[in-house]
Design a protein around this ligand. Sequence first.
Ligand code: HEC
Ligand code: HEC
Ligand code: HEC
Ligand code: HEC
Length: 500
Amino acid sequence: MISRKLFSRILPLVSAGVAGLAMAGENPEAKPIGKFTLIYNVNNNGYVDVCGCKHKKVRQGSLVRRASYLKQLRSTGREPLLLDGGGTLFAAAERLKGPEREEAIRKAALIVEAYNRMGYRAMAVGVADLAMGLDTLKQLTAAAKFDVLAANCFHKESKKPVFKPFEIYNAGGVRVGVFGLLLETMGKYYLEEVAPNMQVTDPLTAARQAVEAMRGKTDLIVALSHLKQESNYELIHALKEVAAVVDPYIQYQNTHSWIKEEEWLGVLDDTLFLRGDGQGARLGLLDITVTRSGAKLKPADRQAEIEAALNNGKATEEDRAELAAFKNHNLFQFERVSIEPHHKEDPDLNNLVAEWKKGIDPSKVARFEAALPRKDQFLTAEGCKGCHETVFEFWRQTGHAHALESLQKTSDEHRYDCIGCHSLGYGEAFLDTSRIGNFANVQCESCHGLSPEHAKDPKRFHFKPIQEDTCLVCHNKEQTLKDLEFFTMRKKIQCPKETN
Ligand code: HEC
Ligand code: HEC
Ligand code: HEC
Ligand code: HEC
């Protein structure tokens, strides 16, 4: 449910007096052209599994749950139009090499196949989607049953579009025009490397052309606009035909994984401004009823609220005026869908993901291990045990000493985005998670730091005192969704004084 407060909250760049596309003289009782459910997500960031470890309550996402949720939705008779705002296939706009690159591509292929099976209709191209090169993106999406949209990408020489600029989909009888846009201000060096023969042109011009080309052929237009917020505001001002814009929140570099409630949905000039979590944590859903071709969308629950007030004789003049404006619009109902464990796992996708997991070979990274600079400086808990037996026994009883088990319970122990906080020295002492050995779990040196000579001469080589920062490396709010109460938490894990 959407509160009135949220809706009266207007995004900063408001221009007064734009009344949308009100069509005078039309019959207000017009029969609906159709109904459908628009479902969007953006910045999937190459995610297959649940999003990075938050608190248990909010460990959301994963393709297998998303698929299961969509099946449940379809079983209620609703017809979803699934759109992805880009930033989908890879974690970041970062060039990878060797086995890491191969692994990223294999995962992207899995995502494409999962999207096929879920019934996605379109995906915009985000900056990160180009990370392994345009040719790779083309190869990967050759297998896609959905469209890959970007209206402002052209071959430098032939001037032909590199991607489909737009497409019109029939959803529940409604003709929905969708176009994609790619950030035109991405780093020159990056673009030169990933797509040397591609030119990214002015998005606004391209958007105008796409809208022009669709004129008279659609009932509703949605932009998958992988641009900066300011550019999307401009787009909304310039193109009144667009009813909704999916915005990628680029100022957070596409890694913003958890979006505040009030940031999901905004309204600017009667156009919906849509955002969502990264990593597929939650989806945005709009149940849309279209009665007027080309008209903008207004919140159905607000309409119901005013109508109820009218019936109770409690409606104000303002309310009446607002309701009058509804007559020229289409209606939507917004919902944020949490992809939580209760959605279960779709068996078909589960098999697909299980096959992919079998192919993960952590030993592929072993050849990098020779280059780990601080490997020899770690003594590990085993190395402290002999002299600090009491402390060692205490530590063994704490959750820290069992942190790897927590990952193993959900088969997440080989995930690079989990292991760092559930082990000692990842990236410094080891990389191959299949040979984690003595580096499993949060250990003495995770808190005390390194003092490689300490064991040889404890009286001369000491450890630094422990401060809050030490804990925050892992116990940060981004992960645990709560502030670290240092003094309370410290009491629970502080090693006992030794008496000898
Ligand atoms: C290397 C990452 C890391 C560091 C550094 C770290 N922790 Fe933890 N901590 C964890 C993980 C992971 C868990 C969850 C363990 C589990 O149950 O899987 C945890 C759990 C805990 C718990 C619950 C323990 C229990 O026995 O149930 C407390 C309390 C805690 N940490 C306090 C601290 C404090 C205080 C510091 C700093 C002095 C700190 N941690 C430093 C990763 C870390
Ligand atoms: C930035 C550090 C960090 C990363 C990365 C991280 N964790 Fe954790 N994890 C923690 C900390 C800290 C705790 C203890 C949380 C607490 O009790 O406040 C914890 C606790 C847990 C727990 C046990 C308790 C609970 O609340 O569920 C599980 C299971 C877990 N993490 C799984 C994962 C998985 C799976 C991943 C990868 C997707 C992951 N973690 C990535 C820091 C991290
Ligand atoms: C979660 C963080 C954490 C872990 C893990 C941890 N310690 Fe500590 N340890 C502390 C804190 C906090 C203190 C209190 C002193 C301080 O604040 O510097 C402490 C104190 C100590 C002391 C001094 C005790 C005294 O007599 O005052 C020793 C020795 C010690 N730890 C050894 C170890 C060893 C050995 C391990 C591994 C088996 C270990 N610690 C694991 C946090 C940790
Ligand atoms: C050879 C025995 C020995 C080993 C191995 C050893 N310690 Fe110690 N440790 C000592 C002694 C002895 C002291 C007391 C030093 C003093 O009184 O100056 C000490 C003191 C400490 C202290 C108190 C603060 C300081 O720096 O004096 C910490 C913390 C500590 N050790 C942690 C560790 C950790 C962590 C390991 C493993 C990585 C470890 N020790 C391995 C013998 C050892």
